[in-house]
Design a protein around this ligand. Sequence first.
Ligand SMILES: NC(=O)C1=CN([C@@H]2O[C@H](COP(=O)(O)OP(=O)(O)OC[C@H]3O[C@@H](n4cnc5c(N)ncnc54)[C@H](O)[C@@H]3O)[C@@H](O)[C@H]2O)C=CC1
Ligand SMILES: O=C(O)[C@@H]1CCC=N1
Length: 286
Amino acid sequence: MREVALKGKKILILGAGAIAEAMIRGLTEADAVSPEQIVVTNKSNLERLQYLQETYRVSIVENLEDEAGSEALASADIILLACKPHDVANVLERIRDKVIDPVVLSVAAGVSTDLMESILGQNARVVRAMPNTACAVLESATAVSYGKHCEEETKTLAETILSVLGTVSVVEEKLMDVVTGLSGSGPAYFYYMVEAMQSAAENLGLPSDTARTLILQTLFGAGKMLQETHLDPNVLRRQVTSPNGTTMAGIRVFEEANFKELVERVITRAAERSREMGEQQASILQ
Ligand SMILES: NC(=O)C1=CN([C@@H]2O[C@H](COP(=O)(O)OP(=O)(O)OC[C@H]3O[C@@H](n4cnc5c(N)ncnc54)[C@H](O)[C@@H]3O)[C@@H](O)[C@H]2O)C=CC1
Ligand SMILES: O=C(O)[C@@H]1CCC=N1
């Protein structure tokens, strides 16, 4: 099924940063898409493109304005928009007259399907997705919402690609900023926690590699427990928390520091930032 939907489809990736690489790696290593189906371009960094070409055997285009660029645009079935949000309007304006009705799959934080449709023309098939960098290991938590002109075939195509890279949740577009602050940025929150646990462990005398092994396995084990037992995190937490024991003492410190409120502020601020970046792009067009 997956093979049929993606077979022979040409994917042009605009942007060659962290998320583009994570998606290329996931799609090619899963054998869902062959490197010959992928062309990547970016604003200016040729070295970066050459690295992607050498590592993943994908094709690269240095300049969208030259013959190779025009050919890549005209033959693209899917345009994966993976540039910074503040480049989106400019990129779409440059390509709109050179593409032939591709599905535009954007992962740019904050940028609405409305905005993209208003640049590309009102029949454009625009998909807004928010994956995370775990695409690289096929474990992304991706959310997706659709523009006005996406028919079933487009939705199937988008969900086929994205589901290669991890789970896919279809959400109302008005929730995409929250999703961005939650699961788009989410890996970084866990990495930050790991960094903090690592330095605490080292300060308390554990060798660095021992600390790393213990922390990573604890994180992985907790994730697997949540996923496989289907128990509420609160129930699982209570199983760890012996009365008057070590966990209770540790969690109390979190509570004293208003940890839950802090986490809510973190996600609220990240979601707000997503909204701000989208509004910045919208204001360029007014
Ligand atoms: N890094 C992440 O975890 C995630 C990022 N995103 C979104 O993905 C997008 C890219 O983020 P990163 O990969 O982190 O950024 P990055 O800075 O690593 O990559 C941005 C890329 O866009 C390219 N670019 C800019 N203007 C261009 C143009 N005119 N034509 C072609 N390429 C152009 C740049 O050269 C660069 O390669 C952003 O919109 C971000 O909101 C979405 C989900 C997760
Ligand atoms: O930090 C950012 O803006 C992007 C969007 C989600 C993850 N990284």
